[in-house]
Design a protein around this ligand. Structure first.
Ligand code: GUN
Length: 294
């Protein structure tokens, strides 16, 4: 079997056109969706994510405001920026790019974000609501993955989905969302992680494998059954002197051999990444809509 390539870039373009049309309607009613972005330090990957997010916001006709702080910024300085964003009526969503240079600050910084502006869906209030299936902002990468599957015609209903990775940003929320009794859920879910004894034992039983481990070649061809759907969340920079930048991006999946076996697979880049940004636009629009009433 040769896998169909699930073109996240194309699905993202379609969704962004829908979001832009809705944003234009809201603007005609006097509300421009706005996002406050805080970047602390100069991690190159974080810098390029933030640039891509701001470009997408501008293309959707949304407003964005960026604050950059040095890697040495204190927790109080970071909290100060979050509080200014919380109080600013032009800002409907707040994005603090993670990881922070000092990861010990992350919990306090996330908790300082007004849950009404938590378009990342990382605040404990948002996470609790997500887990209970209550209306809330859903975290962008897991939500984007569920939309790739849905728009590509692969249902999670009754499927066995194996998620490899247990991060707060992807694996853990994904497992919760997939287990909910709703149109994007209804899956039988298995979670594997770094302490799982034999990951392949589980992934070989999966209808859908989602690799979110943050490590190249986590999923090799022997770990995937013929005809499975494979979603690759990994974005790993590996050095490649032949490229202009000196590196190239690879996912967590050993792409070519797995693609020869799978029914469908997301590429890296051009798979999950563009959908993450799209769901950020979606949540920012939704937050502005709530403010505008309706
Ligand atoms: N770092 C990696 N992914 C994300 C994300 O979705 N949001 C934020 N704020 N930081 C991230």
């Amino acid at each position: 079997m040769t896998a169909k390539i699930l073109d996240g870039k194309l699905i993202a373009q379609q969704m962004r056109a829908e979001i832009k049309a809705a944003a234009d309607e809201l603007k005609a009613r006097g509300v421009t969706p706005g996002l406050g972005v805080l970047l602390v330090g100069d991690n190159p990957a974080s810098r390029s994510y933030v640039t891509a997010k701001e470009k997408a916001l501008a293309e959707a006709g949304m407003y964005s405001e960026e604050v950059r702080l040095p890697a040495t910024a204190s927790q109080d300085e970071i909290l100060g920026v979050v509080r200014v964003f919380n109080a600013n009526p032009l800002i409907h969503g707040i994005l603090v790019q993670l990881p922070l240079p000092d990861s010990k600050m992350e919990a306090a910084v996330i908790e300082a974000i007004d849950p009404a502006k938590d378009v990342d869906g990382f605040h404990p209030v948002s996470v609790g609501k997500m887990m209970l299936g209550l209306p809330t902002f859903l975290p962008c990468t897991p939500h984007g993955i569920l939309h790739i599957l849905k728009r590509s015609g692969y249902t999670t209903d009754g499927a066995h989905v194996v998620v490899v990775g247990r991060s707060n940003i992807v694996g853990r929320p994904l497992v919760n969302m997939l287990s909910l009794k709703n149109a994007l859920g209804n899956a039988t879910v298995t979670m594997c992680h770094t302490r799982t004894k034999d990951v392949g034992h589980f992934t070989r039983q999966a209808d859908i494998v989602i690799a979110a481990a943050g490590k190249p070649n986590t999923i090799t061809a022997d770990m995937v059954r013929e005809g499975a759907v494979v979603i690759d969340v990994g974005v790993n920079r590996i050095s490649d002197p032949a490229t202009k930048t000196g590196y190239r991006l690879v996912g967590d999946v050993d792409f070519a051999p797995v693609a020869a076996k799978a029914a469908a697979i997301t590429p890296v880049p051009g798979g999950v990444g563009p959908m993450t940004i799209t769901m950020l636009l979606f949540n920012t629009l939704e937050s502005a809509r709530r403010v505008a009433g309706g």
